[in-house]
Write a protein that binds this ligand. Structure first.
Ligand code: HT7
Ligand code: ZN
Length: 873
C-alpha cells in the first residue's frame, strides 16, 4: 500500500467554500446530491486538475456550472473523480451518487445500525458518501437536507442548527434541513435518521446563548440516557469555568447507536456515540461504565474547541486534537471525582496500553511521520502519550502561563487547520520559553528510561541525587523531562534546600544531571516523578523498606500507590524469574509487604476506600510481562501473581472481612454512581476477591450471596467475576443464570462474553468456540467482537499465548473472517499480537508462524496488511 508522508504535505490545489447536500435516505438505494462551491486555492498549484476522493461510490450524475461535462473532461471510478481541466475561477460542481447503507458493514460513511441511519466520517468516511476533497485542511460551510420515510426515520438530525422541515406532499416521506455556520472539514460531517427517543434539557452559555441539549437513544431506553445528559451539561459548564470555552450553536445533540467502530465521534453539534458510552442505569451499568460515560461525553464535547473550532492541518497532527482533548477530559474527570484516584487510573491505562505499544513493533512517535492506513493510528500513543505531553507543558509552565497559552492557541487558530508547531508557539509566546527541545516528545518513539541514584552524607547533612535519561532509540538529543520530586524520611516528609527544584519540579534537560540537597537531617528516600510528572520508566535501586516508607509517609498519593506497586512488582518478578511453583512459600519479603498493607488499611481504608482499593490491587500480568521485557513465560507470571494474591488474602483476611462489613453498612441504599459510593464498592469487591483467593470455598459462598442480593451491576458483576475464577458447578450455574437474565441486554451480554473469555484455564478456548455460535454473537457488532475476542487477546495472557499456539490461531482466524466484514476492527484485534516477540522462544515462534501464514493470504485489507507488516517487521 501507498505510504503517506508528513514531509510530502502540500496545501490543496482547490478549496470548497460551501457544500449543499441533499440526501434521500433509503435502506439499499440512498441518493446523494452534493453541490460544491469550489475555487482554486491561491496557496496551491494554478491549473491543477481537481482530484476528488471517493470510496465504493456509484456516480449517477455530474454537472459543472449547470452543464453536463463531456466524457473526456473527467474520469470517475468508485474511488475517485478527476476533472482534468477545472475552471480557473470559482465554479459549482453538482455530483449525484448512489450508496447502499445497509450493505455497509465497515461502519464508515453512511450506514444503518439496528435500523438507524448514521454516519462515521473520521478519518476518511465522507468519501463513501460523495466525491470530495476529503482532507482536514479543506473547511466548508455545510447545509444538509435529509429526506426519509416518516415511519422509518421520524427523527432527522444534522450538523449545526435546524432549519426548515416538513412532509413531502402525497408521499410517506418527510425532510429536515440543517445549517452549520462554522466552516468544518468533511470528517466532522454527520447525519442521523431513525426511530429514537429523546431526553432533553437547556443550557445557557456564559455568552447568554440558550442551547437545547438532547440525547437520542433507541426507543424505550430514554431513562438510561439521563446520566449522559447530565454529563453533557456538566461538561458545558466545566469548559466555560475551567477553560473559558463556550458552546457556539443553538442545539447540541448526542445520539447513541449500537454498531460503532470506536467510542464516539465529535461531529459538529451532533456527537454520535457507541451505546456503551451513553446508556446507564444501576441494573445494567457498573461504576466503571458510569465513569467512562462521563469521560467520553466530556471528551467529545470538548472537541468542539480542541478539534472542531481549531482542527488539524493533516492526519499527522492527530495528537493535536486527540492528545489535547484527552488531557482536557482527564482534567474534567479529576475535578468531578478524586484527582489522586483518577491520576492512578490514567497511569495504569497508559502503562498497560501505551508503554506496551511503545515497547513493541507498532511503536511510533506521537506525531507519526508516515502511515499506510490512518485508521491504524488512533492509538494509545497518539491519545494517551499525547495527553501526557500536554500535561508536561503545564508542569513546565505552571497553571497561569499554561492557561494563557491555551487561550492564545484557541484565539490564533480559531477556524483554522493547525499544526503541533502552532500549538507549541502559543505556549512559547505566553511563557517566553523556548520549547524547541521539548518538541522532541512528539518525534521520538519509545518510552524514555530515567535512572536515579542517591548518596547521603550524614556528616554534611547533604543528599546528592543523580539522574540519567536514555531512550530506546539511543541517539538523538536528550528530552526535556519535568521531574516533580521531594524527599521523605522514616518519620515523614523532609524539607531540604535545592534551588534547582523550584516548586518541587526539576527539569532534566541534559542526558544526566546531579542535584544537591542541603540540610537533610536523616537518610532520605527520594519520591521521584510525583503525580507521574513524565511518561517515563523510572529505575532506582531502592529496597522494599524504603519503598514502604514512601507508602507510609509520602505527601504525594500517586507515589504512595506507586511504592506499593513497585514492591508487589518486584515480588512477582522474583517469583516468575525463579519459575517457582504455586506451593512454594511466599517468603519474608511478601510477609513484610502484607504487613505494610495491613497497617495502611487500618489507618486509612475507611477514610478513602477508592484509594485503598487501588493500593491493594496488584500490577497486572501484562504489566509484569512488560517489565520482564524478554523471554516471557506467561504461565510463570500468572502463577507468581496468583501466589502473591493468595498470600495477601490469607494475611489480611480478618481485616478484609471487617472492612467489607463496615463498608457495606456505609454503602446504604439507594444506589448512587458518585465517586465516594463507587469507591466503597471498589474496596468491598477487592476485599472479596482476595478473600476468595485465600479460601475459595468461603469466597464462593460470599460471592453467591452477593450475586443474589446485589442491587446494582457493579456488585453483581464483581461477584460473578470472582466465581468465574473458581472452577466448579457454582461458576457454571452462575454464568448460565446471568446469561439468561440479561439475554435482552446487549451491553450486559458484552460483559458476560468478556468475563468468560478471560478465564485463565485451558478450557477457555472451547468456551469461546461455543460462545462464537451464541445467537447474540455477531461479527457485525464491534462491541461483541471486542468483548469476546478482544478481551481474550488483551486480558487472558496464559490462554492467548498458550504454548501450543491454539490461542494465537483462534485470534488469527477471527481476524481473517472479520477482515471481510469490518477491516478496521479486524486490524485493531490484530494489534493484540503486539508483544509477540517478547515471549519465550517456543511461544514467539508459534506466533510468528501464524502471522506469516496470515500475511501470505491474498486480498487482505489495507488495514490488516499494514498492521501485519509492521508487527512482523
Ligand atoms: N475523533 C474520534 C475518532 C473516531 C474514529 C476514527 C476512526 C474510525 C472510527 C472512529 N470513530 C471515532 C473519536 C475521538 O477520539 O473523539
Ligand atoms: Zn477524541
Amino acid at each position: 500500500p501507498q505510504t503517506i508522508r508528513l514531509e510530502d504535505y502540500r496545501p490543496s490545489d482547490h478549496l470548497i467554500d460551501r457544500v449543499d447536500l441533499d440526501l434521500r435516505l433509503s435502506p439499499h438505494d440512498t441518493r446523494v446530491t452534493a453541490t460544491l462551491a469550489i475555487r482554486p486555492n491561491p496557496a496551491g498549484e494554478a491549473g491543477a486538475p481537481l482530484v476528488l476522493d471517493g470510496d465504493e461510490l456509484i456516480l449517477l450524475g455530474l454537472e459543472c456550472d449547470g452543464q453536463a461535462l463531456p466524457a473526456d473532461a473527467f474520469a470517475a471510478t468508485p474511488s475517485g473523480l478527476t476533472l482534468h481541466r477545472p475552471p480557473r475561477r470559482p465554479f459549482t460542481l453538482r455530483i449525484e451518487t448512489q450508496i447502499d447503507p445497509t450493505a455497509n458493514t465497515k461502519l464508515m460513511g453512511l450506514y444503518r445500525s439496528n435500523g438507524v441511519y448514521c454516519t462515521q466520517c473520521e478519518a476518511d468516511g465522507f468519501r463513501r458518501i460523495t466525491y470530495f476533497l476529503d482532507r482536514p485542511d479543506v473547511l466548508s460551510v455545510y447545509t444538509t437536507r435529509i429526506e426519509a420515510g416518516r415511519d422509518e426515520a421520524p427523527v432527522l438530525l444534522g450538523n449545526g442548527n435546524p432549519g426548515a422541515c416538513g412532509v413531502i406532499a402525497d408521499t410517506d416521506r418527510h425532510y429536515a434541513v440543517w445549517h452549520d455556520p462554522h466552516p468544518k472539514p468533511a470528517y466532522l460531517f454527520a447525519l442521523v435518521g431513525g426511530r429514537l427517543d429523546r431526553v432533553a434539557t437547556r443550557f445557557t452559555t456564559m455568552e447568554g446563548r440558550d442551547v437545547a441539549v438532547a440525547v437520542y437513544v433507541e426507543p424505550g431506553k430514554g431513562p438510561r440516557a439521563d446520566y449522559a445528559l447530565d454529563a453533557v451539561v456538566r461538561s458545558m459548564g466545566w469548559d466555560e469555568t475551567a477553560c473559558g470555552r463556550p458552546y457556539d450553536l443553538d442545539v447540541f445533540n448526542v445520539v447513541a447507536v449500537s454498531d460503532f467502530n470506536m467510542g464516539a465521534m465529535e461531529n459538529k453539534g451532533l456527537n454520535i456515540f457507541n451505546d456503551k458510552y451513553v446508556l446507564a442505569d444501576p441494573e445494567t451499568a457498573t461504576d466503571t461504565d458510569y465513569a467512562n460515560i462521563e469521560a467520553v461525553i466530556a471528551h467529545e464535547y470538548f472537541h468542539n474547541w480542541s478539534g472542531n473550532r481549531v482542527t488539524c492541518r493533516d492526519w499527522f497532527q492527530l495528537c493535536l486534537k486527540e492528545g489535547l482533548t484527552v488531557f482536557r477530559d482527564q482534567e474534567f474527570s479529576s475535578d468531578m471525582r478524586s484527582r489522586a484516584v483518577h491520576r492512578i487510573g490514567e497511569v495504569r491505562t497508559l502503562r498497560a496500553r501505551q508503554f506496551s505499544e511503545d515497547a513493541g513493533p507498532l511503536a511510533h512517535p506521537v506525531r507519526p511521520r508516515a502511515y499506510a492506513e490512518i485508521n491504524n493510528f488512533y492509538t494509545a500513543t497518539v491519545y494517551e502519550k499525547g495527553a501526557e505531553i500536554v500535561r508536561m507543558i503545564r508542569t513546565l509552565l505552571g497553571p497561569a502561563a499554561f492557561r494563557a497559552g491555551m487561550d492564545r492557541y484557541f484565539a490564533e487558530n480559531d477556524g483554522r487547520a493547525a499544526t503541533v508547531e502552532d500549538f507549541l508557539a502559543a505556549f512559547a509566546a505566553e511563557s517566553g520559553r523556548d520549547l524547541s527541545a521539548f518538541a522532541g516528545w512528539y518525534e521520538r518513539p519509545g518510552t524514555p528510561r530515567v535512572t536515579a541514584a542517591g548518596i547521603y552524607d550524614a556528616d554534611a547533612r547533604r543528599y546528592t541525587l543523580s539522574l540519567r535519561q536514555s531512550l530506546p532509540s539511543g541517539d538523538g538529543a536528550p528530552l526535556v523531562i519535568p521531574v516533580a520530586l521531594g524527599l521523605v524520611g522514616a518519620s515523614g516528609p523532609i524539607e531540604a534546600a535545592c534551588p534547582r527544584v523550584p516548586d518541587g519540579v526539576f527539569v532534566l534537560e541534559a542526558t544526566s544531571d546531579t542535584l544537591t540537597f542541603e540540610g537533610v537531617a536523616e537518610p532520605p528516600v527520594p519520591s521521584l516523578f510525583r503525580g507521574f510528572s513524565a511518561p517515563v520508566r523510572v529505575e532506582m535501586n531502592l529496597g522494599d523498606a524504603e519503598r514502604l516508607t514512601l507508602l507510609r509517609h509520602d505527601t504525594d498519593p500517586f507515589n504512595r500507590w506507586q511504592a506499593a506497586q513497585s514492591v508487589a512488582m518486584r515480588l512477582i518478578l522474583d517469583r516468575a524469574g525463579a519459575r517457582l511453583v504455586e506451593a512454594d512459600e511466599a517468603g519474608p519479603a511478601a510477609e513484610a509487604y502484607a504487613a505494610a498493607l495491613g497497617a495502611f488499611l487500618d489507618a486509612e481504608a475507611l477514610a478513602d476506600p477508592a484509594f485503598a482499593a487501588l493500593v491493594l490491587a496488584l500490577p497486572s500480568e501484562g504489566e509484569a510481562a512488560n517489565e520482564i521485557g524478554r523471554d516471557v513465560d506467561p504461565d510463570a507470571v500468572h502463577r507468581a501473581r496468583q501466589t502473591l494474591r493468595r498470600h495477601l488474602g490469607r494475611s489480611l483476611r480478618g481485616r478484609l472481612e471487617s472492612l467489607r462489613e463496615a463498608l457495606a453498612q456505609a454503602a446504604g441504599a439507594p444506589f448512587s454512581p458518585d465517586a465516594a459510593s463507587a469507591g466503597r464498592r471498589a474496596l468491598i469487591n477487592t476485599a472479596l476477591d482476595l478473600i476468595a483467593m485465600a479460601d475459595p470455598e468461603a469466597g464462593t459462598r460470599a460471592a453467591e450471596a452477593q450475586l443474589s442480593a446485589a442491587s446494582n451491576m457493579t456488585d453483581r458483576l464483581a461477584a460473578l467475576a470472582i466465581l468465574a475464577q473458581i472452577p466448579g458447578k457454582a461458576r457454571e450455574t452462575a454464568l448460565a443464570a446471568f446469561g439468561e437474565r440479561y439475554a435482552d441486554e446487549p451491553l450486559v451480554l458484552d460483559k458476560w462474553f468478556a468475563l468468560q473469555a478471560t478465564i485463565p484455564e485451558a478450557g477457555t478456548l472451547d468456551r469461546i468456540a461455543r460462545l462464537r455460535s451464541h445467537p447474540a454473537f455477531a461479527m457485525t457488532n464491534p462491541n461483541r467482537v471486542r468483548a469476546l475476542i478482544g478481551s481474550f487477546g488483551l486480558g487472558n495472557p496464559t490462554q492467548f499465548a498458550r504454548a501450543d499456539g491454539a490461542g494465537f490461531a483462534l485470534l488469527a482466524e477471527t481476524v481473517e473472517a472479520l477482515d471481510r466484514v469490518n477491516p478496521q476492527i479486524a486490524a485493531k484485534l490484530l494489534t493484540t499480537f503486539g508483544s509477540w516477540r517478547m515471549l519465550e522462544p517456543a511461544r514467539s515462534s508459534k506466533a510468528g508462524e501464524i502471522l506469516s501464514r496470515m500475511q501470505a493470504r491474498p486480498s487482505l485489507s489495507r488495514d490488516v496488511a499494514d498492521i501485519l507488516a509492521r508487527t512482523l517487521a
